[in-house]
Design a protein around this ligand. Structure first.
Ligand code: ZN
Length: 240
């Protein structure tokens, strides 16, 4: 009896771990890297739009002629549609990061669909474009999510590298973000900060770390690509 309980708890632990490990293809197919030919890497920013950091990042990217990808939360797009419009107008890719940034553990298919659809709608209303990439909050997947994404022809994209900019100081962010960078990498940073408990947004460390991250990648011969460029849509009729 005790043995059976231990087994069930252990299996549950492995299941939950599998749903949260950023690169596990479980229970949904996950993309964490793009094509490596041409030395492309993708810079991705989650949780915005979050003024003033998003705008400051956009200014810096424009100055350095770098294109990136922003995974936006629907509720933030409704609050700052003009910032979402600017991201799109300046040639960056926009992805869907749910409406309210929930953990997706134990969520129904219907709940996940609503979070995604409300955000698609908010982004399309603000920018005229409809995202084809989805990144779940905290990278977490749950059974049923794969079907929701397939029905919308959306692709789940997590990350291969991260600066842990929600917890580290500037110098550590630079090191964490750059130490394993190689062609095909998808790097996670944050222009906003959605947390289970509301906190004031302060992503100034990300902003301070960004110039050094850009310079490191350029010195290493890497080129910044949007996810649209790094993960081109498969031609119709083929399976990717
Ligand atoms: Zn997030």
């Amino acid at each position: 009896m005790v043995g059976a309980i231990v087994l069930v708890v252990a299996a549950g632990g492995v299941f939950l771990y599998g749903c949260s490990a950023p690169s596990w293809n479980f229970p949904v197919r996950v993309t964490v890297r793009g094509k490596s030919d041409g030395g492309g890497i993708a810079l991705t920013f989650d949780d915005g739009p979050a003024p003033p950091t998003t705008e400051a990042i956009l200014d810096l990217l424009r100055e350095r002629q770098v294109k990136a990808t922003f995974f936006l939360c629907g509720k933030n797009v409704e609050r700052y549609p003009e910032v979402a419009r600017r991201i799109h107008a300046e040639g960056h890719t926009i992805g869907n990061h749910t409406y309210s940034h929930p953990f997706l553990y134990f969520r129904s298919r219907r709940f996940m669909a609503e979070e995604i659809d409300r955000t698609q709608q908010a982004i399309e209303t603000a920018t005229g474009a409809r995202p084809r990439f989805f990144r779940p909050p905290y990278g977490v997947r749950w059974p049923g999510l794969g079907g929701v994404l397939r029905a919308r022809q959306m692709r789940l994209v997590n990350w291969s590298d991260t600066g842990y900019d929600w917890k580290l100081q500037t110098e550590q962010i630079i090191r964490a973000a750059t130490e394993h960078l190689r062609a095909g990498a998808i790097l996670l940073l944050h222009d906003g900060l959605e947390t289970p408990r509301p906190r004031p947004v302060d992503q100034s460390r990300t902003l301070r770390a960004l110039p050094a991250i850009l310079e490191h990648a350029q010195r290493a011969g890497l080129r910044f690509r949007t996810l649209d460029e790094l993960l081109p849509a498969a031609p119709t009729g083929t399976k990717d």
